[in-house]
Design a protein. Structure first.
Length: 209
């Protein structure tokens, strides 16, 4: 592969990485040690509505109490740079992105990665794991944030958690995330929990970089 093509693929891969990391970093980090609601028995001065009656169905429901996850699901992302879809099935993933008018697909099959752009497939030298969101972190780092209220989101009842970087909605029926809205304008829609199909490499010749 010539250096011009190699540079083009690298730059577009970086666009994808920037967009995806920007969309999910708030979600992945919202539970990263966010224990501000439980600090050394001090009064919770930020609760301006403490005089109002609590909703009994919400009171005491923490994020760690509610959150459920599957290894197979899909995310629809809208970020300032573009939009895309990420489908997870077990340890594999497929990402389709349109970022700054550039269309790109990324397949992750085990430790192998394939990038399809402009009708050509490339196998990069080494994979960039940091562009994939690891859902296990939400379970491992879940804090004591409690639900603010129950709302209707996408036709479903959901617990609203006002996390540090945005709003996270979990289904009251299943505990699965429905939507995450970040303060910087990114939106992540979750669906197809436990229902995604196995992911295969692209059916085309791929060139190693």
């Amino acid at each position: 592969m010539n250096t011009t093509t190699d540079g083009l693929i690298h730059s577009r891969r970086r666009l994808l990485q920037i967009a995806l990391v920007g969309a999910v970093s708030g979600l992945a980090g919202c539970l990263d040690g966010e224990d501000d609601n439980a600090t050394d028995d001090e009064p919770e001065e930020t609760n301006s509505d403490s005089s109002e009656p609590d909703d009994e169905s919400v009171n005491g429901q923490s994020l760690s109490d509610v959150l459920q996850w599957e290894s197979s699901y899909a995310m629809e992302l809208v970020v300032p740079l573009g939009n895309g879809t990420v489908v997870f099935h077990e340890n594999d993933s497929y990402t389709s992105w349109s970022v700054n008018d550039v269309d790109m697909e990324v397949y992750r099959i085990g430790t192998d990665e394939y990038i399809v752009v402009d009708g050509e497939c490339f196998i990069p030298a080494g994979s960039s794991d940091d562009e994939l969101f690891e859902p296990e972190r939400l379970l491992e780092e879940s804090g004591d944030i409690t639900a603010a209220e129950i709302v209707s989101i996408d036709g479903q009842e959901a617990y609203l958690f006002n996390v540090d970087d945005g709003s996270l909605y979990l289904s009251t029926d299943t505990g699965y995330p429905i939507r995450f809205e970040s303060d910087d304008g990114a939106t992540v829609q979750f669906h197809s929990w436990g229902e995604t199909d196995p992911i295969s490499p692209p059916d085309m010749e791929c060139i190693e970089q």
